[in-house]
Design a protein around this ligand. Structure first.
Ligand code: B12
Ligand code: SF4
Length: 448
């Protein structure tokens, strides 16, 4: 059987410099289930790809919320050609009935327990409308294949666990993977990283430190024992506080960690508590940022802006935060994604008529109690903030703040990550300006 797996086009991003992990992993899972399958793997962010280019009889697409409209159009066109389409991933799992309107089968949840059955049923012409994956232990996962995709890639990804002990109300992954953390065996992760090509890695765990310091140190030591790698990933700020944190951080550094992306979210204690995102911050998160930086590791903070609980002044404070801590900031406009508690809370206020392609994090998708903070104003504030944050002088200042311990690797790799983000967010800004000509022509909001 011929199977085409597609990582769909994301609305504004342009070329994402990372090989889509789902292609390498689901490809491996496919070949483990049926080594005879002929695979076609497609990253639609790097290549222009149309339904006519599909070679498979079975087409699998991975759906995130913002990519859902692209996927549904693509799936409809494939089905019109007589191909069978399977949809899976985080959005298809949150809204399976919606996905089912565009698919022959929907896989809800994790693929490991369901994909073999899907392939067998497709081969025998007995595909069911829905397959429910269960959460299995993570030992013995297949090693992602080297997809050998053509494209401008700088990063590849590895994963060592699923699930998260925290409870943030805006989070999709926690519901998807569960509240308990499941770990892959350390030796399997280390062997996988060692066996695969590439020297710069993204650790796609929701929290690179995990919930067990001994396991974290064992993992980092095992990676450090192999060839020299550089890697970055998402980590909370709480885990690096206290003596255990120092031990974990030093081991991570030895294994090649050069950048930590942490969810700062907001500086308003009330909003943080409302989002139940205070648990992951610990007692002194500024100290945690400094401790990470002190090891020669870059810090990038995710901040969430424009929430109904926040005022417009939060945009300016975010800029001040970047300058004060000399950190990178990845700002997103608060986005209630389906399947989250935030979605249920904000549902009555969603701007009518917006499709899922607006749920990117750069659009204001709900009304605010303060009429001055209407969606257009929040988007304008957002784009102004991004422009300030990604000024060349700020990027250089931030790189200069990284201690010599990180030179030159951390500096160079941080720059490599900042440039595509600047380009992608610049593209989002240009698209916004094109559709909001009047607002874009007004003088920028005053900055202190
Ligand atoms: C890797 C990653 C990225 C990479 C993408 C690289 C790439 N080229 O694909 C980068 C860092 C660029 C990125 C960026 C963003 N990301 Co991201 N990212 C992830 C992350 C950490 C891992 C996803 C992944 O690849 N996992 C590995 C694969 C193998 O597993 P999986 O996707 O979980 O799939 C499993 C099942 O879902 C299922 N499955 C999935 N697809 C399919 C398809 C079929 C056919 C089948 C049968 C099964 C199946 O099988 C798999 C195994 O069980 C997730 C968080 C997470 N833990 O999931 C967020 C996540 C996917 N990202 C998210 C978001 C919002 C973004 C951004 C929009 C953030 C922003 N505002 O800037 C940007 C978008 C930029 C862009 N242009 O894509 C959200 C999506 C939420 C949603 N509901 O849509 C997530 C879930 C994070 C979150 N906290 O909510 N991201
Ligand atoms: S810490 Fe991250 S993964 Fe965990 S619940 Fe919060 S946002 Fe989700």
């Amino acid at each position: 059987m011929k199977v085409t797996l597609i990582s769909p086009e994301f609305p504004f991003s342009g070329r994402v410099p990372m090989v889509p992990p789902i292609l390498e992993y689901l490809g491996a899972l496919t070949l483990r289930e049926d080594p005879e399958v002929e695979l076609q793997l497609v990253d639609a962010n790097q290549t222009r790809f149309t339904p006519e280019d599909v070679r498979g009889e079975l087409v699998g697409l991975s759906v995130w919320t913002a990519t859902a409209p692209w996927v549904y159009r693509f799936a409809d066109a494939c089905r019109a050609r007589g191909l069978r389409v399977v949809l899976g991933g985080i959005h298809a799992s949150a809204l399976p009935d919606e996905a089912a309107l565009h698919a022959d089968a929907v896989v809800v949840g994790e693929a490991e327990s369901a994909w073999g059955e899907v392939l067998r049923d497709a081969a025998s012409g007995r595909l069911r409308a829905r397959y429910d994956g269960v959460r299995l232990p993570l030992a013995g996962l297949p090693t992602p294949i080297d997809a050998k995709l053509r494209g401008q890639y700088h990063f590849r990804a590895f994963f060592t666990m699923r699930g998260c002990p925290y409870r943030c109300s805006f989070c999709t992954v926690r519901r998807f993977f569960g509240d308990d953390v499941r770990y892959r065996p350390v030796d399997e992760v280390a062997a996988e990283v060692e066996a695969r090509a590439g020297s710069v890695w993204f650790n796609g765990d929701d929290n690179i430190w995990g919930a067990d310091p001994d396991r974290a140190v064992a993992l980092f030591d095992a990676i450090a024992a192999g060839r020299r790698r550089s890697w970055y990933g998402f980590g909370d700020l709480r885990s690096v506080q206290g003596p255990e944190g120092e031990r974990v951080l030093k081991a991570a550094r030895r294994s090649g960690l050069y950048s930590v992306w942490a969810g700062w979210e907001t500086d308003s204690a009330a909003t943080l508590a409302g989002f139940r995102a205070e648990g992951k911050q610990g007692k002194d998160r500024v100290e945690a940022v400094k401790r990470i930086q002190g090891e020669g590791i870059e810090v990038v903070l995710f901040t969430m802006l424009g929430a109904r609980e926040d005022g417009l002044d939060a945009f300016q404070r975010t800029l001040e935060l970047a300058d004060r801590l000399r950190v990178g900031i990845h700002p997103v406009l608060a986005t209630p994604l389906p399947g989250t508690e935030l979605y249920e809370a904000y549902r009555p206020y969603l701007v009518p008529g917006l499709g899922w392609e607006a749920f990117t994090g750069v659009r204001a998708v709900f009304e605010h109690p303060d009429p001055a903070a209407n969606p257009e104003r929040r988007e304008r504030e957002y784009h102004e903030l991004v422009r300030e944050l990604f000024r060349a002088s700020r990027i250089v200042d931030r790189l200069r703040a990284i201690p010599r311990a990180g030179f030159p690797r951390t500096h160079l790799l941080s720059l490599m990550a900042a440039i595509p983000m600047k380009v992608a967010l610049g593209k989002a800004r240009a698209e916004w300006q094109a559709t909001h000509a009047a607002a874009a022509a007004e003088p920028p909001p005053p900055r202190a």
